[in-house]
Write a new protein. Structure first.
Lengths: 176, 181
C-alpha cells in the first residue's frame, strides 16, 4: 500500500451487469451475477519535488468510493440484503487500471532539471474476506500508482484514473 | 518506420462477453460471440529530442499482449480450438484507443523551449488474412499507432501509457497465408 489519497476533485462510476457469453449458463440467482464496474476521477496530490538533481518517488493508493455504485446496483437490481449490518464489496475477477498525470507545474526552474512521471500501476493488495461461510478472496482495495517528480520547483498537482473491473458483489459482515 | 517500447512497465486487461441488444439474435454458437477487450498499461520509450529549436516527431506502435486475455476467454468459456498450429486474434468491429504522456524529463534546459506531445492515435493497419478454416478474416487488431513528439535536445519522453477498448470476435489464424490490407 502507498500513501492513501484523500482528496478527490471528482469521481464518477458506471456499473452494469456483465453479459453472458452464448455458452454461459445463467447464474442461479442475483448473487451469481457478474458486474462490470468502471471508476473514473481526478485526485489532488500537490506532490512537490524535493531533490534538485534527482527524482522524488512515491506510491499513492487511490481507493475511489465503491460503496455508491455497489449500493446503486443493490437497489436497482433488488439484490436481497440481510437485516444485520453489512458492507458491500467488490470481489474482482479481472482488472484493468489506468492513471495519468492531470496537472503539472514547473515554477521558474531557471534551467535546472524538471520531470513528471506516472511510472506504473497495479491493484492494491486484495483483501481476503468472507460473506457468511462463503469465501471472498479478492476484494477490491484500490490501485497503487508509482509517481515521481524531479526538481524542487516541480509540482504534480493532480492525476487522473480510469479503472475497469469485472467481478461480483459480496456482502461483508462485521470488520473487514 | 515506427518506434516500439523497449519494455512494458506493466500490462493489464479485462475481457468479457458483449451484451446483446433486446432485438439482437444470439450467435449460433460461442465462436460467434462478441467480446469487449480492455488493454491498459505503461511502456518504456526513453525518446530524447534531437532538435534544439524544433520538435522531433515519431510514431510509436503499441501492441500489447493480447494472447493472454484471448486464451483466458477461450479456456473460461470453452471456445473450440481448431486442430493444428493456430494463433488466436481479435477481429474488430469497434475500437477506442487512448494514449497519454506518462513520464517526461527536461534536463537542465537553460531556459530553452521544451515540450512533449501525444498528438494523435489510430489503430495500426489491420491485418486481413485467412483463419484456420481457410475463411477470410478482416480487421485483425495489430496494435495502435501513436504520434508523439519531443522538443529540444535535453527533453526526454520516458514513458507512454495507454487504454485500449476493443469490440470484436475471437478468430484463430492459420500459421501461414497472411497478408496486409
Amino acid at each position: 500500500m502507498g500513501i492513501l489519497v484523500q482528496n478527490f476533485a471528482g469521481q464518477n462510476w458506471l456499473i452494469v451487469p456483465a453479459a453472458l457469453a452464448v455458452s454461459d449458463p445463467r447464474p442461479a440467482d442475483i448473487f451469481g451475477q457478474k458486474w462490470e464496474l468502471t471508476l473514473t476521477g481526478v485526485v489532488i496530490l500537490n506532490f512537490h519535488g524535493f531533490q534538485a538533481d534527482d527524482w522524488r518517488r512515491d506510491t499513492f493508493t487511490i481507493l475511489p468510493d465503491v460503496q455508491a455504485p455497489l449500493q446503486y446496483a443493490i437497489d436497482a437490481y433488488n439484490i436481497p440484503t440481510p437485516p444485520r449490518s453489512f458492507t458491500p464489496a467488490f470481489n474482482v475477477d479481472q482488472w484493468a487500471p489506468f492513471a495519468t498525470f492531470s496537472s503539472v507545474f514547473d515554477k521558474d526552474s531557471g534551467g535546472v532539471d524538471a520531470g513528471f512521471a506516472v511510472d506504473a500501476w497495479r491493484p492494491s493488495p486484495f483483501i481476503s474476506s468472507e460473506s457468511g461461510s462463503v469465501g471472498v478472496p479478492q476484494v477490491f482495495n484500490g490501485i497503487d500508482v508509482d509517481i515521481a517528480v524531479r526538481n524542487t520547483k516541480a509540482m504534480l498537482h493532480r492525476f487522473s484514473y480510469r479503472i475497469t473491473l469485472v467481478g461480483s458483489i459480496a456482502l461483508l459482515f462485521g470488520p473487514g | 518506420m515506427s518506434l516500439t517500447f523497449s519494455s512494458f512497465a506493466g500490462q493489464n486487461w479485462t475481457i468479457a462477453p458483449a451484451a446483446l441488444a433486446v432485438n439482437e439474435a444470439a450467435p449460433a454458437n460461442i465462436s460467434g460471440q462478441k467480446w469487449l477487450l480492455t488493454l491498459t498499461g505503461v511502456g518504456v520509450l526513453d525518446l530524447q529530442g534531437n532538435n534544439v529549436d524544433d520538435w522531433r516527431r515519431e510514431t510509436l506502435t503499441i501492441f500489447p499482449d493480447i494472447q493472454t486475455p484471448l486464451r483466458f476467454a477461450i479456456e473460461t468459456h470453452g471456445i473450440p480450438v481448431p486442430p493444428g498450429i493456430t494463433t488466436p486474434a481479435i477481429s474488430l468491429e469497434q475500437w477506442a484507443p487512448f494514449a497519454a504522456l506518462s513520464s517526461v524529463f527536461d534536463k537542465d534546459s537553460g531556459g530553452a523551449d521544451a515540450g512533449y506531445a501525444v498528438d494523435v492515435w489510430r489503430p495500426t493497419h489491420f491485418l486481413s488474412t485467412t483463419d484456420a478454416g481457410g475463411r477470410l478474416v478482416q480487421q485483425i487488431f495489430t496494435g495502435i499507432d501513436v504520434d508523439i513528439a519531443v522538443r529540444n535536445t535535453k527533453a526526454t519522453l520516458h514513458r507512454v501509457s495507454y487504454h485500449i477498448l476493443l469490440l470484436g470476435r475471437i478468430v484463430f489464424l492459420a500459421a501461414s497465408g497472411t497478408r496486409k490490407r
